[in-house]
Design a protein around this ligand. Structure first.
Ligand SMILES: NC(=O)c1ccc[n+]([C@@H]2O[C@H](COP(=O)([O-])OP(=O)(O)OC[C@H]3O[C@@H](n4cnc5c(N)ncnc54)[C@H](OP(=O)(O)O)[C@@H]3O)[C@@H](O)[C@H]2O)c1
Length: 303
């Protein structure tokens, strides 16, 4: 019996969610789940055609889904700023910000501003997005910010002397760095919120392991070798999106919580409280990361 059943969650009518990377994988399932609860969903995607196809697919399952596309390319801080501007002109509240979009183990690539792509897209783009949307989030009753982390955060450390991998590059270490950064951000944002008398909460989720397009940079040979056994340690994106939906919707979730699958090694299974490393909870490291993020994005975060 699942601890979390979407069908038992209250209607979200009147609420607005922004889901980054909503056109495929876990973002798509998250958007579909929220739309099925009558939440208006902003599809924050970089590709309009893909977003429109995803909206058409969601409407096949939820004919009255209230969906809107606003372009967001996390590869560019200019695009993040443009998204926040467009959103703020159209909407005066934001109940759920789901920082979901991401990429994993690509060859060394750089964002428009020269950040290593995983640090830039998975983490820094979302840091700036949350920052710029925060004035609206703050005035929305019981708003939630959900950050997507990963089991990979467990080996993650922030390379403060070389966060953008100028000296050497390890695809997997860079992914782990980006995902521990997302988790540290979620925890630090909640610590800062604790100092305010605000009912906004910051939470984090990870999906376990799911066979989505995230695997696009896994070497094909490895992909096909493991293909026959992947069902043993992966679950369907619909299941994998449950921890995100739980952190977004469940009334028993508290600020600073981290949810993921509860099966073997948190790879699959019903959603529940997840384990995070001591490093991810270190306040001094999180504060250093916050300051570094403000410096790199050129934007002070006014909570
Ligand atoms: N799948 C897993 O096993 C797993 C495990 C742990 C954590 N996660 C996390 O879960 C999140 C979603 O992953 P997924 O498995 O659903 O991956 P996915 O199927 O590859 O989907 C990723 C989404 O992010 C979008 N995206 C990538 N780069 C972007 C950019 N520059 N700007 C805007 N959007 C961008 C993609 O858009 P395009 O379609 O245009 O590329 C796509 O919509 C990620 O944060 C990932 O780290 C996944």
């Amino acid at each position: 019996m699942s601890e979390f059943e979407l069908s038992k969650m209250p209607s979200q009518k009147g609420k607005i969610a922004v889901v980054t990377g909503a056109n495929t994988g876990l973002g798509y399932e998250t958007a579909l789940g929220l739309a099925s609860k009558e939440c208006k969903v902003i599809m924050a995607c970089r590709n309009k055609d893909k977003a429109e196809q995803a909206m058409a697919d969601i409407r096949k399952e939820v004919p009255n889904a209230d969906l809107e596309f606003i372009k967001l390319d996390l590869n560019s801080l200019k695009s993040v700023r443009e998204f926040a501007k467009v959103y703020s002109e159209k909407h005066d509240k934001l109940d759920l910000l789901i920082n979901n979009a991401g990429l994993m183990i690509p060859p060394l690539m750089r964002t428009e501003e020269g950040f290593e792509s995983q640090f830039g897209v998975n983490y820094l783009g979302h840091f700036l997005l949350t920052n710029l949307l925060f004035p609206i989030i703050k005035k929305t009753d019981k708003a939630r910010v959900v950050s997507l982390s990963s089991i990979a955060h467990k080996s993650g450390r922030i390379q403060f002397d070389d966060p953008n991998w100028q000296n050497s590059y390890s695809r997997s270490d860079a992914y782990s760095q980006s995902k521990v950064a997302c988790l540290m951000f979620a925890y630090e944002l909640q610590r800062k919120l604790n100092n305010l008398s605000s009912n906004v909460i910051s939470v984090a989720a990870h999906p376990g392991v799911s066979d989505t397009e995230l695997g696009r940079y896994i070497p094909k040979v490895l992909y096909y070798i493991f293909k026959p056994i992947t069902p043993l340690f992966t679950h369907h994106p619909k299941e994998a999106a449950k921890p995100t939906l739980m952190t977004a919707l469940d009334e028993n979730v508290n600020g600073g919580d981290y949810y993921g699958p509860t099966g073997f090694n948190e790879m699959k299974g019903e959603p529940g409280k997840a384990q995070s490393t001591g490093y991810s909870k270190k306040r001094d490291e999180a504060q250093k990361l916050w300051e570094l993020s403000e410096k790199l994005t050129g934007q002070k975060f006014n909570i």
